[in-house]
Design a protein. Structure first.
Ligand SMILES: Nc1ncnc2c1ncn2[C@@H]1O[C@H](COP(=O)(O)OP(=O)(O)O)[C@@H](O)[C@H]1O
Ligand SMILES: [Mg+2]
Length: 228
């Protein structure tokens, strides 16, 4: 049941909203999905892309993950930052902003490669995806709305997004999902809990502070979503 001041919606409705907004825009339309780690951003981004492509019957949308700009493990290790992986300064934010600008302003049809992130290798994959005829870009990640001098570079992201959603999920749910993800990724349950408590949840709180800057706040509701 919808709570007061919120509206239930579905993946199909959310995708239709993107299509309406993107219609008639010159150049590519860039949708941002922000939210804490484990909120379900990658899952929502895949859902939106697949809905858009299915409804259009062609490759209308593709995902441009912020996670593709994780600094390489070797670099993080050399700088003594491997344990801090996932914090705002462990990403190549300049590379991300440059790539957003390029994908946004390159005429569709001309290939633009975009790096993805491998959860098996724990490393970015150069040109993991290539934008071609797609005119809608779904970029998703933790720090899309970060805007403070303590985290330089990130404030250049927002002006390159046409609309930004914040995916809001209770901390307890996030904690449990992240522990499971780290165990799947090879950590022991004890090490997973330490990583989540000391690193991921700190990042999650940093991201939560950016929620008011989103155009739309989306929550999971039963089988669908709810807009506040
Ligand atoms: N709407 C949802 N309902 C239930 N589980 C979900 C939902 N969205 C994501 N998940 C699960 O939560 C975990 C994290 O999702 P993911 O999309 O990888 O999050 P993020 O990209 O924000 O870190 C995954 O195991 C995924 O299957
Ligand atoms: Mg993700």
């Amino acid at each position: 049941m919808a709570t007061r001041g919120s509206v239930e919606t579905s993946l199909a409705e959310l995708a239709a909203r993107v299509r309406r907004r993107a219609n008639g825009q010159h150049g590519r339309f860039v949708l941002g999905i922000a939210g804490p780690p484990g909120a379900g951003k990658s899952t929502l981004a895949r859902g939106i892309r697949d809905e858009l492509n299915l409804a259009a019957g062609r490759r209308l949308a593709e995902i441009a993950p912020m996670d593709g700009f994780h600094l390489a493990g070797e670099r993080l290790r050399a700088d003594g930052n491997l344990e801090r992986k996932g914090e705002p300064d462990t990403f190549d934010v300049t590379g991300y902003v440059d790539a957003l600008r390029e994908v946004r302003y390159t005429p569709p049809g001309q290939p633009v490669p975009w790096p993805t992130y491998s959860r098996e290798l724990h490393e970015p994959v150069p040109a993991g995806v290539v934008f071609e005829e797609q005119t809608i870009v779904v970029t998703e990640g933790n720090y899309l709305l970060l805007d403070d001098p303590g985290h330089p570079g990130w404030s250049a992201v927002r002006p390159l997004l046409d609309e930004t959603w914040y995916l809001d999920v209770p901390e307890l749910v996030i904690e449990q999902r992240l522990i499971r993800r780290h165990i799947r990724g090879g950590r022991t349950p004890a090490a997973a809990k330490i990583k989540v408590a000391h690193s991921d949840m700190r990042n999650a709180r940093l991201v939560e502070a950016t929620r008011p800057f989103a155009d739309l706040i989306i929550k999971k509701a039963g089988r669908g979503y709810r807009i506040d």
